[in-house]
Design a protein around this ligand. Structure first.
Ligand SMILES: Cc1cc2nc3c(=O)[nH]c(=O)nc-3n(C[C@H](O)[C@H](O)[C@H](O)COP(=O)(O)OP(=O)(O)OC[C@H]3O[C@@H](n4cnc5c(N)ncnc54)[C@H](O)[C@@H]3O)c2cc1C
Length: 406
């Protein structure tokens, strides 16, 4: 049985970033192993995921310390402001309920980055760093006092720490017997790229409709990415419709904010759930990203939380290894959970609450929304506070240092 310091289950964006952060901080590549059944063969990585994610300042800085931001910078589009509006379907453009715009020269609120391209870039860097990746699923676990035994098919490895970065369905979380809170939203997110006639000027629009939020996020000139959360049955009908019917349905929801919708490209569908692991750790195990938490995408924070998990865990493990201590010790795992579970719970509650408050046609709730948005526009400092939370660099968020140590 081969023995490693750290074994990572899952070679998505979060697993790959965790591995790179550890190596950047000085862990020898030979002490790491990544297992993932869908990792692909050697050679140029192809990750066919059409989603375009909003990555905040914290994530951008983290990727820069890993040497990956420059690999995706040409495909990253800055978002410099956004407007929130709500209306019934088919109404004319309603004035924005609230707006946020960055001052000239300020850092963008977020950058829009294609997830497939980002994951591929992270994977290429992992392979260049010489970290071993095996294309097998983790099928069984057993935690001993000093190490976790990890089975993958007919082979077994052991590690002082297993990082569970195996995504939303997380077999690792299940094998470790960690239950989760959560529910299905009954909404499906339809993701696509649209071409339109009006310039977006770097601004996003979050248009709350009774069935769910409809976001338009700025890409290059004349193109936006949409994330349209819709009731499951309607989403299925849209997905089965012909391209012209899809374009018309999207144009109805875009409500003129982007002028005429000329074309719809790269459409995909994602059923939406909320999931929070009751514990982010178990003996010799730490969960990161979607394996630990799945939040509604209306605030674009899922992978931002995941990268903050990866940065925090790497920082804590590196500190232990530098002192010659155990990277999977119970007190380290407890400290990791204490730092990362509260922000994930807060984001899950905030996005769930916003989705419930806005995704309906109730008159009293609309009044509350207008009242709340009016207050938000007037309270001094409210926007600055919100931006600090969303940027991932508020107090308490991990701040990856420039030397790449976590
Ligand atoms: C519609 C939508 C829009 C979103 N928009 C945003 C956004 O704007 N901003 C943002 O920050 N986030 C956003 N998110 C969230 C983001 O997409 C996810 O948080 C992120 O992709 C999760 O990455 P991951 O590495 O945790 O999981 P994954 O990418 O799912 O990777 C998990 C890996 O684990 C592997 N695996 C599975 N089983 C095993 C096993 N048994 N053993 C080993 N490996 C295994 C899989 O093959 C996979 O490669 C959005 C999500 C949705 C649905």
């Amino acid at each position: 049985m081969a023995r490693h310091d750290i074994l990572i289950g899952g070679f998505g964006a979060a697993g790959a970033a965790t591995a790179l952060a550890l190596v950047a901080g000085g862990v020898p590549a030979r002490d790491l192993l990544i297992l993932d059944p869908a990792a692909g063969a050697d050679g140029p990585e192809r990750v066919p995921d059409a989603r375009i994610l909003a990555l905040n300042t914290g994530s951008r800085r983290f990727l820069a310390t890993l040497g990956v931001w420059d690999d995706v910078a040409d495909a990253a589009h800055p978002m410099t402001g956004f407007a929130i509006s709500d209306s019934a379907l088919g109404e004319e453009i309603r004035p924005a309920l609230a707006t946020i715009g960055m001052e000239d020269g300020a850092e963008p609120i977020a950058h829009l980055v294609p997830l497939g391209r980002l994951t591929a870039a992270l994977r290429v860097r992992v392979r260049e760093a010489g970290i071993a990746v095996r294309v097998v699923p983790i099928t069984a676990l057993s935690a001993g006092p000093d190490a976790m035994r990890v089975e993958s098919g007919d082979r077994a490895d052991s590690a002082r720490l297993l990082v569970g970065a195996d995504g939303a369905h997380s077999p690792i979380r299940r094998l470790a017997g960690i239950p989760f809170h959560g529910w299905a939203y009954g909404q499906t997110a339809i993701v696509a790229t649209i071409r339109h006639t009006l310039p977006h000027e770097g601004r996003a629009v979050q248009h709350f409709l009774p069935a769910g939020p409809f976001a338009m996020l700025p890409l290059d000139e004349g193109r936006s990415s949409i994330v349209w959360s819709e009731a499951g049955a309607v989403a299925r009908a849209v997905l089965a419709a012909d391209p012209e019917a899809q374009r018309r349905e999207i144009a109805r929801r875009a409500a003129g904010w982007r002028g005429e919708i000329l074309a719809v490209e790269a459409l995909s569908a994602h059923p939406l759930n909320l999931r929070l692991a009751r514990r982010f750790v178990a003996s010799r195990l730490a969960l990161v990203a979607d394996a630990a938490h799945i939040v509604h995408p209306l605030a674009g924070q899922g992978l931002n939380l995941g990268f903050a998990d990866a940065a925090t865990l790497a920082e804590m493990v590196l500190e232990r290894l530098r002192l010659g201590l155990d990277p999977g010790a119970p007190d380290l795992l407890a400290a990791y959970q204490a730092r990362r579970r509260p922000p994930a719970v807060a984001m899950a509650c905030a996005t769930d609450g916003i989705n419930r408050l806005f995704s309906n046609d109730s008159g009293p709730l609309r009044l509350m929304r207008d009242f709340g948005a009016g207050l938000f526009e007037r309270i001094p400092g409210a926007k600055a506070w919100l931006m600090a939370q969303a940027s991932g660099v508020a107090d308490g968020a991990p701040q990856p240092s420039q030397d790449g140590r976590g």
